[in-house]
Write a protein that binds this ligand. Structure first.
Ligand SMILES: Nc1nc2c(ncn2[C@@H]2O[C@H](COP(=O)(O)OP(=O)(O)OP(=O)(O)O)[C@@H](O)[C@H]2O)c(=O)[nH]1
Ligand SMILES: [Zn+2]
Length: 403
């Protein structure tokens, strides 16, 4: 299906950096598409094989797998079935703390981004039991309790794949051979390609459509749509006024990185501040002589997806805050990456900006991707009586800067 080194090393070999991207090569595009394809398989409940130099594991999403998928795993397995979970979820399932030594995480990433393996006795090889193991909002249905087990190879990459698929990061897994997996008609993916996918996909973003769209708050506005070579959902840049001309004349325009929020942006949800931040940013750019660009990114729920955000809201209604609710689901506090935003800013010719944000990670993250962040403009709105605790958590636990 693909022919050579993992995407990450190919990108490195090409010297890919902020301003030196080559056109994506066939092997890179094939790697991205392979990851996108297997993510779709997981969403359908079908097992896929994750392979690498240390061996291969068949995995299926615990929240989606069917009896047929479980029987495919049992047939192709050459070792015991396991459940892969994020450490916070594993601790909740086991009802005791999980020592860090048993959780694997990438160097430098927070411990909740790791993975833990539990042995799955036959009584738990059942779709309903697996869903209840995966989902902290589901009813607990465990005929027997799972126990800790040694991590199989590529467990971290497999959990990364479940996250890319916007599923709960909980997988049934079993070591398997490529031959047995192929006989069962299952798709295969390289672990290294999963790990390099988020950055790799951003590096292939291309402009696919644009149009003038006068807005209530900004009569002079254009929307440019971007699509990556993986086949994933598009991201949008909303250009207000003439930011390119302002930059050419020496002033960095305003910019806002806005992650989509179906509930806040479209429905006017009071749980967050996204709606006022979205409309407020556009109105502010329309008044600024340098104009601005708002990036509307398909990174709903800080990158966990709408379905998981709704689960996180259900957990918040039981007393968790926005950060701990993400962790209880097995996700990190914030799963977004800044390459998408940086690539779009470069593509619209605005590599220097004044960023509208309260989030210090956005300032540092964008700068690390090669964008000249020449200033921060506070972007804070009054609490509305419902989102008070959410805003307080962002200030206290995410380190948000107050105006
Ligand atoms: N997971 C999760 N996502 C949420 C929650 N509330 C809002 N969001 C998402 O958070 C994203 C918006 O965050 P941003 O507006 O970028 O806010 P920020 O990172 O706090 O930074 P600034 O607004 O720039 O200061 C959207 O994708 C929302 O869907 C929540 O309780 N849980
Ligand atoms: Zn929101």
């Amino acid at each position: 299906m693909k022919n050579s080194a993992p995407l990450a090393s190919q990108l490195r070999d090409h010297g890919v950096g902020p301003n030196t991207e080559p056109a994506p090569g066939d092997a890179q595009v094939a790697a991205l598409r392979a990851v996108h394809r297997v993510a779709s398989e997981l969403r359908r409940g079908t097992p896929v094989l994750v392979r690498g130099p240390e061996g291969a594991i068949l995995v299926a999403a615990a929240e989606m797998v069917s009896a047929r998928g479980l029987s495919d795993i049992a047939t192709a397995a050459i070792g015991p079935a396991l459940l892969l979970l994020a450490p916070v979820r594993a601790a909740a399932v086991l009802q005791r703390p999980v020592p860090q030594a048993l959780a694997a995480a990438n160097a430098g990433s927070p411990p909740e981004m790791g993975v833990v393996a539990l042995r799955l006795p036959p009584g738990l090889m059942d779709p309903a039991a697996l869903k209840s193991l995966a989902d902290p909002t589901a009813e607990r249905l465990l005929p027997v309790e799972p126990e800790r087990a040694t991590l199989p190879p590529h467990a971290l990459a497999a959990i990364g794949l479940a996250k890319l698929a916007r599923l709960l990061p909980a997988l049934v897994a079993a070591p398997a051979t490529e031959a047995a997996s192929l006989r069962a008609g299952l798709l295969t993916v390289d672990a290294a390609d999963i790990l390099s996918y988020p950055t790799g996909a951003a590096l292939t973003l291309a402009r696919v459509a644009e149009a003038r769209v006068p807005l209530e708050d900004a009569p002079e506005a254009r929307i440019v749509a971007f699509r990556a070579a993986d086949g994933g959902i598009e991201h949008l840049a909303i250009l207000v006024g003439q930011p390119e001309a302002a930059l050419a004349a020496g002033t960095a325009p305003l910019a806002r990185i806005h992650s989509e929020c179906f509930t806040g942006d479209l429905l006017g949800s009071l749980r967050c501040d996204c709606g006022p931040q979205l409309r407020g940013a556009i109105a502010r750019m329309a008044k600024d002589p340098a104009g601005g660009v708002l990036l509307y990114l398909a990174q709903e729920g800080r990158g966990i997806g709408l379905v998981n955000k709704l689960r996180a809201y259900a957990l918040q209604d039981t007393g968790l805050d926005t950060l701990d609710a993400n962790r209880a689901l097995g996700y990190g506090a914030d799963e977004r990456n800044f390459w998408v935003a940086a690539e779009m800013l470069r593509a619209v010719g605005i590599p220097r900006v004044r960023l509208l944000t309260n989030n210090p990670d956005k300032l540092a993250g964008l700068a690390a991707c090669g964008i000249g962040v020449e200033g921060r403009e506070a972007h804070q709105f009054e609490a509305n009586g419902v989102n008070d605790a959410y805003l307080e958590t962002k200030a206290r636990r995410f380190g948000h800067l107050l105006a």
